[in-house]
Write a protein that binds this ligand. Sequence first.
Ligand code: 1CP
Length: 377
Amino acid sequence: MRLQAQVRKWYCRPRSPVVDTRERCQLDTSRKSLLKALDREILPTPPVWMMRQAGRYLPEYMKTRARAGSFLNLCYTPELAAEVTLQPIRRFGFDAAILFADILLLPHALGCELDFPEGRGPQLSVVRNSEDLGRLASAGDIHRKLEPIYRTVRILRDALPGDVALIGFAGAPWTVATYMIAGRGTPGQEPAHAMLRENRPLFDQLMELLTDATIRYLEQQARAGAEVLKIFDSWSGSLAGGDGLFDRYCTRIHERIVKALSSSCPDVPVIGFPRGAGRHYRDYAARTGVPGLALDTDVDVDWAAKHLQTEACVQGNLDPRLMVTGGRKLVSETRRIVGAFSNGPHIFNLGHGITPDGDPDNVLRMLETVRETRMCR
Ligand code: 1CP
């Protein structure tokens, strides 16, 4: 009975109506703009932040990273992690800050070895068999190891300007599993696909373990003060073939995470990023009920305005390469995206993270362009 009531509560949670505040066309500072957009308000100017806004394209990041000694030390030293989270806010005045951490800290807390050797991608100990999985399952209290991350969140909630929302995040189980199975990043995520084909029960157990741990990790970030939670499924595109894998290992797993969070932290909206979902985006949005839907660069904005913005507040999706090349195309593409999404809730962002060769001047140009495109009625 209790479970039934719980399920009903999840499914019956009403979606807020779309509210158009463009008529006022003045700054209403009563609530953070990112939260308003996720609550389906259409604002005169979309809130803006950027994936990987704290990172190697900023000289001040490189300095703090050098002080920390290593990437992992940076992640696990709350004062320094908070400092690099704040750097892009101070420099650019974004509407949201994303917690500085990494999706691979969760497998680290579960007992995987993890290293980020200089100039190479992440290296992890691999999960090959049920013994490896058993060790992770008996990892003990993940929150003790992740406590520095929660402390960073608490520092940030005190330090951020009053109009800037704080985003916590985790990797989605599939994306995190691709690193755990291969021990590194892999093109096409072939080792994970091989386990899927050859040992489905083991793969399913790993996904169960990760889904449960991801929910607990995100809940704890929310309790520490994260106001929005984002799920990064950076490699879900390799599931999108049409054999049911996308539905099973991306959409339905995100659905479980979103439902669990909407029950335990009902005031903290989730942004889902099923990168490379392609034609699955529509079903993903409808099924998961995510308040925020992050779009990758390949998604056509006019199609998304028609088919996705009705379901969720869309976020995206400027090509990050324009942060390197800049010029008139940067301005025209920014305007095109703002214009295409101007009749529904929208958060301006890139379609993926800014790369280390991104030019901070181009970031500024993008921000100015978004903010000068005020859509007053
Ligand atoms: O040398 C350095 O300073 C490390 C570069 C770096 C940074 C800045 C890594 C290594 N992680 C991060 C921080 C990070 N990672 C953040 C917070 C910063 C911000 O966004 O402002 C976030 C949200 C992530 C998430 C993350 N890590 C993802 C999902 C998002 C995405 O970009 O697709 C993934 C896939 C990772 C794994 C990861 N972390 C770092 C590397 C080099 C990689 C591997 C990427 C790959 O396999 O290609």
